[in-house]
Design a protein around this ligand. Structure first.
Ligand code: GLU
Length: 385
């Protein structure tokens, strides 16, 4: 093992914590599960829980992406032997997830911080309709001051469950909630120019402005495994996060209170984001999709959306086309000019039914209590002119 002399103090890491409003923290199985006892490393969990409670007390929103379900469930179900079959992993995840969620609830509960379990499938982050659902639940939980504890819904995953997938899941979650900072707690203190375990010339990189092919090459394939879960998946996570306007940090999470260490200037690699999460989300909405329909709005609503407000059903005068909840639609003013785009909270049939109605009438008209907005301001892009 090569010792690389770290810079004495990575002062920039303090700064990212100060300015971040929504922080996603990814915890890997190797940190959370004590391999010898094959049980939760409760001392470590207590340390990170007090770090998270401190961030909450400082007014930050925190989301945890935690692995460990399979490792824990395997022990509980006494599944022995080497590599698990997919159905064994799924069975292990189903059992271990109960313990995992409970452990987080207990650890954060000590600090009067409420937790909530969210299990996501890749589809929930990639398909816009499902993305909207998962996002609004997550935002509601943050608004209620809870810490969502997220894992992949391994029990019903159809593809092979790959170790390291939670790095990418964490990046997608960061994009979904508009996080400013994603911290991957790992067993290495960041990215090196080569594998530090086998190459004397490997140098630590503190800041990455852009993920170039040279940077990708540093992670593998020869060096792929130098952090558990693989450095490649961490760089892929960095790509997803930074494109969504979220800075990402890789740091060593093995110490008792890793976030405090990071704030105190511990060695890490910071991947810079060039956009803000807000701009990135608007770009994502305005992206290359073809609108599935059109909504015509009245002058009052046009003024409101130009002022950054949500579009309410009351301001909708006509609905054209066939679309589903979460689809991209065009918004035109009363003169028929397209003034923007957005993701609809309602499918076209329901949109037509509630058109012109006040939000508090939606339940009576539709028979269910939907969202108050036809298009929420977060999902709306109005053109400049
Ligand atoms: N979702 C898996 C688990 O909780 C782990 C995946 C990963 O570590 O990336 O066991």
């Amino acid at each position: 093992m090569v010792t690389v002399t770290p810079p004495a103090n990575n002062a920039a890491s303090n700064n990212v914590f100060d300015t971040a409003k929504i922080i996603v923290i990814k915890v890997g199985s190797s940190l959370l599960v004590d391999e010898e006892k094959n049980a939760i490393n409760t001392a470590w969990l207590a340390g990170i829980a007090s770090d998270i409670a401190r961030l909450k007390a400082a007014g930050k929103d925190v989301v945890v992406v935690s692995s460990g379900a399979i490792a824990l469930g395997r022990r509980l179900l006494k599944i022995t032997g080497g590599k698990l079959k997919l159905q064994e992993k799924q069975a292990a995840a189903a059992t271990g997830q109960v313990l995992l969620a409970h452990a987080w609830m207990d650890a954060l509960g000590t600090h009067q911080v409420q937790t909530a379990q969210i299990l996501l499938s890749p589809d929930d982050t990639e398909t816009r309709r499902r993305h909207l659902n998962a996002r609004s639940t997550m935002m509601a939980l943050l608004g209620l001051n809870a810490v969502p504890v997220v894992n992949e819904n391994d029990t019903v995953a159809t593809a092979e469950i790959r170790f390291g997938d939670n790095d990418r899941l964490a990046a997608r979650v960061a994009a979904m909630v508009g996080a400013d900072l994603l911290v991957l707690l790992s067993d290495v203190d960041g990215l090196y120019t080569a594998n530090p375990n086998s190459d004397d010339t490997a140098t630590h990189l503190a800041q990455i402005a852009q993920i170039t092919p040279e940077i990708m090459a540093m992670a593998g394939p020869a060096n792929a495994s130098y952090a558990s879960g693989g450095m490649i998946t961490k760089l892929e996570a960095a790509r997803i996060a930074t494109a969504a306007g979220c800075q990402m940090i890789i740091c060593n999470g093995q110490s008792p209170a890793p976030l405090s260490r990071l704030e105190a200037g511990a060695n890490c690699t910071i991947f810079a984001a060039t956009l803000t999460p807000h701009t990135a989300r608007k770009q994502w909405i305005a992206g290359a999709l073809t609108p599935k329909g059109t909504i015509r709005i009245d002058d009052g609503a046009a003024k409101a959306v130009r002022g950054g407000r949500s579009l309410l059903p009351a301001g909708v005068v006509a609905v054209r086309g066939q679309f589903e909840r979460g689809d991209l639609i065009e918004i035109e003013n009363n003169a028929g000019t397209v003034i923007g785009h957005g993701l609809s909270s309602y499918g076209s049939d329901d949109a037509a039914t509630i058109r012109g109605h006040k939000s508090n009438e939606i339940e009576t008209v539709l028979g269910y209590r939907g969202r108050d907005e036809m298009i929420h301001a977060d999902n709306l892009v109005i053109s400049d002119s």
